[in-house]
Ligand binder design. Structure first.
Ligand code: CA
Length: 164
């Protein structure tokens, strides 16, 4: 029996997009570099209002959000984002901003990283938060007509016939 599987690029998820919101270009550049070499796509915003525009236009999978931003602060951005979306948000806070950390978590941030941070640590947290936030539908069987692929059971079925 001939079985045509869909092209791989129709199953593989696109690389997650991380929106880096940071007004210090050097920090933003380092973060973007590490994220990209870890397989993420990135967009960058240097202030709060640019961040909101990009958030609405690019639909990032995760936002790295600095607290101290020109124009619109990070906490304000977080508030607006939370009114519109459950996208994971990791705040970047300075050591002296203890209160901001608590506020950020209360406002719905998923995690925070304290500056100065090691870029590797930020990437690790991005990975962890994205893993936690995978929608419940992920891992559900994929159906194409009579063909069913179940990634959790690693099984393939056509109609009532199991192929593997
Ligand atoms: Ca800043």
């Amino acid at each position: 029996m001939a079985l045509t599987l869909p092209a791989a690029d129709r199953i593989v998820e696109p690389m997650p997009l991380v929106l880096v919101v940071e007004d210090e270009p050097q920090i933003a550049e380092i973060l973007e570099g590490y994220l990209r070499s870890s397989g993420y796509r990135t967009e960058r915003a240097g202030n709060g209002s640019a961040a909101l525009n990009l958030f609405r236009a690019a639909h990032p999978d995760l936002i790295l959000l600095d607290v101290m931003l020109p124009e619109l602060g990070g906490l304000e951005v977080l508030k607006v984002v939370r009114q519109e979306s459950t996208v994971p948000v990791i705040m970047l806070t300075a050591r002296t901003e203890e209160l901001d950390k608590l506020l950020a978590l209360e406002l719905g941030a998923d995690d925070y990283v304290t500056k100065p941070f090691r870029p590797r640590e930020v990437v690790a947290r991005v990975k962890a938060v994205l893993r936690r936030s995978q929608p419940p539908g992920q891992g559900a069987p994929l159906r194409l007509g009579a063909l069913e692929l179940d990634p959790l059971r690693a099984s393939v079925q056509v109609g009532d016939t199991a192929l593997k």
